[in-house]
Design a protein around this ligand. Structure first.
Ligand code: CU
Length: 449
């Protein structure tokens, strides 16, 4: 489980000792991630005897997390130079080190946490991983001293703590048979995990983009625009459409727009995504969404309907674009449901006990397979990629997990047997600790009453 930087460091008992914070000086938001002082009494790294006898003044505590192939955060800002306690934890599955530019070095095995005392001069420090190739893959960061940074701290921590969860409720079927949908390619800073932001590429500002819910045979007219404020060309590819790639799916530059018209020829759960070069980077940066095409006669009514898109993030420097090189290497920093790591662990999806739940599930990838599973439930109905498993279910078969390669989708149905919590995961469990964990909360969540 990733330790949320924000919540773990905000427990400050002595406000006057808060001397440091971390800041991303992006001009767009000046988002600040802080590393606030944990109360000295709670700090394990400095024996109190040393503090007294040597008259050492600790200006604050810093913590740095090692992800698969990056540090989080990558920009630390403290409000004054001085002596700091630094804790580094390696959440990756391989060894890494951290070497500060004053020569201080910590070597960390997978899962290991280590601490040291660091003297930060007015000129600041840099840090990097000295293992071959790791710095080039993104493992570096800076500590700077900025006495003016204190002011921005509270604003930014509020912004990051209050990211809005993506509403998993499926929007209603669009009325009529022809739909005009307006999508804007927006390059913007979004939260990808608690305390971690990236400059993402989105449709309409959210990851995933909006769910488009239509019926078989409907005509969909998508008006895609690329605002002049963007830096890149973008495009869109609807996997539910049958059109020539070099017609509707071509890229448009900032300031341009285009119309992409398609007819919903087949029912199911479908992906749309940006295919601009390199498509791997545009998908890994958030440009994807779900189309639901219901059969003409509709699906039977159920009590709850949710849409869940699984995808991966390969993070670059805090507040900057995602890391294409890492995306080519099969080791995501985060695997997420609906765009933010662990968001439904922190904000469970609520259902009624014994009620019928239908989920539309899409694996947007870009790289990893999903084995979608909800602990404590059995899928009584699965329609995956045009195939309904046991359509009339004469043998009373059930399914425990649905395998979805990138760009595959499924409709699943289940009920919750009793009040309680039902974790939603990919049963590829190396990803559960990277954010692919949500909770379905049935009733009041308490089975023992
Ligand atoms: Cu794009």
């Amino acid at each position: 489980m990733n330790t949320p930087i924000l919540s773990s460091t905000i427990k400050n008992k002595q406000p006057q000792e808060i001397q440091n914070h971390i800041m991303n000086a992006d001009r767009y938001t000046r988002v600040v991630i802080m590393l606030l002082a944990i109360a000295l009494s709670a700090c394990q790294v400095i024996p109190s005897s040393q503090t007294k006898s040597d008259e050492v003044i600790i200006s604050g505590d810093l913590s740095i997390k090692i992800l698969a192939m990056s540090y989080s955060p990558t920009k630390i800002e403290v409000v004054k130079s001085g002596r700091y306690a630094v804790t580094v934890s390696n959440t990756a599955t391989i060894p890494h080190d951290i070497v500060f530019s004053n020569g201080t070095k910590l070597m960390l095995a997978p899962g290991q946490k280590a601490s040291t005392i660091l003297d930060i001069p007015d000129s600041g420090l840099e840090y990097l991983c000295s293992l071959p190739g790791h710095k080039d893959a993104g493992m570096s960061g800076t500590i700077t001293v900025n006495s003016e940074g204190q002011h921005a701290k509270s604003k930014a921590t509020t912004l990051l703590a209050n990211y809005s969860p993506y509403d998993p409720k499926v929007p209603a079927l669009l009325p009529f048979e022809t739909h005009d949908i307006y999508l804007i390619a927006e390059e913007k800073l979004n939260t990808v995990a608690k305390g971690v932001t990236q400059q993402l590429w989105t449709y309409n500002g959210n990851v995933p983009g909006p769910v488009i819910h239509v019926r078989l045979g409907d005509t969909v007219r998508v008006h895609l625009s690329n605002p002049t404020s963007n830096k890149l060309a973008h495009s869109i590819d609807f996997l539910t459409s049958q059109v020539a790639w070099n017609d509707e799916m071509t890229s448009i530059n900032p300031g341009e727009e285009k119309l992409y018209q398609w007819r919903a020829d087949y029912a199911g759960v479908w992906m749309y995504h940006c295919g601009s070069n390199p498509a791997l980077h545009h998908i890994a940066s958030g440009m994807y969404g779900m189309v639901i095409v219901e059969p003409r006669e509709g699906l039977p009514k159920v009590d709850h309907e949710f849409s869940i898109v699984q995808s991966e993030f390969y993070v670059g420097q805090e507040g900057h674009t995602t890391n294409l090189h890492k995306a080519s290497l099969h080791s995501p920093d985060y695997v997420v449901f609906n765009g933010v790591a662990d968001q439904y662990k922190d904000h469970p999806i609520e259902v009624g006990t014994g009620k019928k739940v239908r989920m539309y599930v899409l694996n947007a990838g870009p790289n990893e397979d999903s084995s979608f599973h909800i602990v404590g439930t059995i899928f009584s109905r699965v329609i995956k990629e045009g195939i309904e498993l046991t359509p009339e279910n004469k043998g009373h078969y059930g399914a425990q997990a649905v395998d979805l390669a990138p760009a595959q989708g499924a409709i699943i149905e289940f009920t919750t047997a009793e009040d309680g919590l039902y974790p939603m995961v990919t049963h590829a469990f190396n990803f559960v600790g990277k954010g692919a964990l949500g909770l379905i909360k049935a009733g009041d969540g308490n089975p023992n009453k």
